[in-house]
Structures are given as structure tokens and as C-alpha cells.
Design a protein around this ligand. Structure first.
Ligand SMILES: [Zn+2]
Length: 226
């Protein structure tokens, strides 16, 4: 293979779908992507365990099937859950990776975006440590923007959406505390790459979602994510 083609297939900073600048914390919760999957969607999530508490090891433990279900009342509702995400961005901007982007992580569950269902098949999941409705840290946006740029070097990223957009009515993360305009500006990506509702205003009413509906905050715990 010519050197140029090889560089195109695996740009600097990547190794088999793992970003070398991220802290690798391999999760067993993944599978192969369907043959021919076009990985063109980034899905933004939020998570904190217990909800609203930051900095502990519980998210890594959840994604690694090592969470002590009895350690907190909230965890009892997560018992047996097998989930993962490709990335997690901590409140201090630290970037962790759990699953190779070449593989299928279990973050989206039942979902549909850009006319395609089962978004786990052909998306990359990015969790921000945070709570639905609460703001995120400036350094998290910087890490996220850098991650978006790095991903776009290796994958044909054409869409970015929140879990709330791909699973409306069922999921609310990352929620109204996430500043989509800031991400658009930081990436300099065109507006048509983002959900229409996030381009129109800072606190959009998500089309298809019931604004009066409440869903318990926290991880993607209420449905199988596979
Ligand atoms: Zn989510």
C-alpha cells in the first residue's frame, strides 16, 4: 500500500480505532459493527454516578461491569446493566476511551437519526461527565472539540447529535445545559451537521419529544443499550 494511502487509512494519533492521546480503559461491552457500516455520526451523552456526583470511579466501573450495585441506592436500578461508550470526558477535561471506534459500543439503544435506525451500528458515543440540565465545564468543550477534529481525520463524520435527539421522548441527555453553539464554534463545523433544534436557539424544544415528560437523570439505565 502506498504510504499516502496508508496515512489516509490510519492518520497520526490513531491505532486500530484507539486514540493514542486518550486514556485507554478497555470495556468488554462491545461487538462488531455491521459489514460496510459508514461511521458518520457522533452521539453526545451525559452521565454521572451517582447522579450529580463527579470524579469517582463509578463510570469506569459501570462500563467495565465492575460496579458494586449495593454501594448506592441508585446503583440498584443499574444491576446487571451492560453498557459502554467509546469515550468519556471528565469534568477536568480528561479523555478516556473504552471501546475502539472501529467496534460497536453500547450507548444509544433504540434510536434513529438521519433516516437510519440502531445508531450504535454506525456512530461513536461520547459521554460528558455531567447531569442533564446542568452546565458543562469549558475544558470539557475544549476536549470535545479536539476529539471531534481527531475523529473527523479518521472517520467521515457528517452528523453530531445528542442522545435526546436520536431517542426523543426516551432520553434527555445531554440536556439543555449543553451549549451546542459553543461546540459548533469550537469545531467550526457547518450548522447542517448539527440537529436543527440546536441551531435555532440555546434551549430548543426537541421535535418529537414531550416537553412535559420527565425521565430520571443519570446513565442510560432504563433500556437495554445494545
Ligand atoms: Zn445517553
Amino acid at each position: 500500500m502506498p504510504a499516502e494511502a496508508q496515512a489516509q487509512a490510519q492518520p497520526a494519533g490513531w491505532r486500530d480505532g484507539w486514540l493514542e492521546s486518550a486514556l485507554a480503559v478497555p470495556s468488554p461491552n462491545y461487538g462488531p459493527r455491521p459489514n460496510g457500516a459508514l461511521i458518520d455520526l457522533l452521539v453526545v451523552h451525559s452521565i454521572s454516578l451517582p447522579p450529580g456526583q463527579y470524579g469517582g470511579p463509578e463510570i469506569e466501573q459501570l462500563f467495565g461491569n465492575r460496579l458494586d450495585w449495593d454501594a448506592h441506592p441508585y446503583f440498584a436500578g443499574l444491576r446487571g446493566l451492560e453498557v459502554s461508550s467509546h469515550f468519556l470526558i471528565r469534568r477536568d477535561g480528561t479523555l478516556l476511551q473504552f471501546v475502539s471506534c472501529d467496534d460497536r459500543a453500547w450507548h444509544a439503544g433504540r434510536s434513529c437519526w438521519r433516516g437510519r435506525e440502531n445508531c450504535n451500528d454506525d456512530s461513536i458515543g461520547i459521554e460528558l461527565e455531567g447531569l442533564e440540565g446542568e452546565p458543562f465545564e469549558p475544558v470539557q468543550y475544549r476536549t470535545l472539540a479536539d476529539l471531534c477534529q481527531a475523529l473527523a481525520l479518521r472517520y467521515a463524520i457528517a452528523h453530531v447529535a445528542g442522545h435526546e435527539h436520536i431517542a426523543p421522548g426516551r432520553k434527555l441527555d445531554p440536556g439543555p445545559g449543553f451549549d451546542w453553539a459553543q461546540l459548533r464554534q469550537a469545531t467550526r463545523w457547518p450548522a447542517d451537521r448539527f440537529p436543527l433544534a440546536t441551531v435555532a436557539g440555546r434551549n430548543p424544544v426537541i421535535s418529537g419529544a414531550d416537553p412535559g415528560k420527565t425521565v430520571a437523570p443519570g446513565p442510560d439505565s432504563t433500556a437495554a443499550m445494545q
